[in-house]
Each structure stands twice: as C-alpha cells, then as structure tokens.
Design a protein around this ligand. Structure first.
Ligand SMILES: [Fe+2]
Length: 210
C-alpha cells in the first residue's frame, strides 16, 4: 500500500471509512476509537517528529522508507521503524476490515490462496497460528514475497516490507487491539476478527500490488 506525505511533507492520520461501531461483530466501538485516535495518531505524530529536518527523506513514501531502513540516518532509524511501521500497519489494518466483511477470499486471491495453502481453511489455520504464537506485541501477516503468498508474523510494529515482501493482510495482536472486550483471550479476538475481513480490498492489494 502506498502511503505518501502531504504537500507539507507531513504524514497524516487517514480517514476511517466507517464508524467506530461498524466492526462490532469483532471489535467494540471504544477500542476502535482509542486505537485510531490515540494509538495510530501517536505513531503519526512521532513519525513526523522523527523526520523533522531530515532532508534526505522529505517527500519519500512511507512504504519506500520501510523497505529501505538502511537509508534512514541511524539516530532516527529505530523511531522511524517503530512509528513509521505503526503508521503503515494501522493504515493497512483499517482498510482490510469493514462492515459486511468476512466470508471467504474473492477474485484471483481465492484461487491463489487455495494453490498456496491447499484450502482457505488451511490458510486460516496457519494465519491463526501465526497470530497466536506471536509472543507479546506484534502482527500476523499474509504477504507476497517474490510472487509467492506467505504467512508470517513480526514483533512490535515491524512488517513484511522490511523483509522485501508486500503485505496484503495484517492482524494487530497488540493487547491494545482487543483487551477491552477480550482481556487476555487473544484466540477469541482472532476467531471473531475473520468476520470483518474485507476480502475485496485484500484481493485489490493482491492484484494491483500497490
Ligand atoms: Fe494497534
């Protein structure tokens, strides 16, 4: 997903395409509101602060930067990794969910998942396992790596861009994503989350690679 700074070279919190209560089947409205207005906004603000005065990085899309962290000056590299990763990951997360989601993959993605994992159920089990075995805070991913669909997980706000892959589906398993409704029960959160996945959007990322 392409994320470019605005004309003032600032990254911005993207518009949420639905209400805080739109994903109630899986995620309660208070969690959505805090997650979007506090956590995500915090990553955006800290990313902009880290990039201030960094002329070599001005105007560069975030996905380019995260795919080339070696080019980021060392004194801000971990801040860009954590806060830039946080901005990218949450921007993707809001898009790959939506009201009326769930069900099974659509379009070319449906066949590609069956080909790569044997079946949708098999893919779902692998992805769920990645989400549940990620110790502490992090993300589970479906990404395209050299043309191949791959399930993985990352710690903190890292993401597959940092390993040269292109993420098309991500699940936030930080406690801030689920604690109000599910407390420590991450498996229940993950189970319910499938019911809000926006497969149309995931398929769009898969087919356009942008
Ligand atoms: Fe989060």
């Amino acid at each position: 997903m392409r994320i470019s700074p605005n004309s003032n070279s600032q990254f911005e919190l993207p518009k949420l395409g639905y209400g805080y209560d739109a994903l109630e089947a899986a995620i309660d409205a208070p969690t959505m509101e805090i997650h979007y207005t506090k956590h995500h906004q915090g990553y955006v603000d800290k990313l902009n602060a880290a990039l201030e005065g960094q002329t070599s990085l001005v105007g560069r899309p975030l996905d380019d930067i995260l795919g080339d962290l070696e080019s980021v000056p060392e004194e801000i590299r971990s801040s860009v990794r954590n806060n830039g990763g946080g901005h990218y990951n949450h921007s993707l997360f809001w898009q790959i969910m939506g009201p009326g989601g769930g069900g099974e993959p659509v379009g070319q993605l449906a066949g590609a998942i069956t080909q790569a994992f044997g079946s949708f159920d098999s893919f779902r089990r692998q992805f769920t396992a990645a989400a549940l075995t990620r110790f502490g805070s992090g993300w589970a991913w479906l990404s395209v790596n050299n043309g191949k669909l791959v399930v993985s997980s990352t710690p903190n706000q890292d993401n597959p861009l940092m390993e040269g892959a292109f993420p098309i589906l991500g699940l936030d398993v930080w406690e801030h994503a689920y604690y109000l409704r599910y407390q420590n029960k991450r498996p229940e959160y993950v189970e319910q989350w499938w019911s809000v996945v926006n497969w149309e959007y995931v398929n769009k990322l898969f087919t356009t690679n942008e």
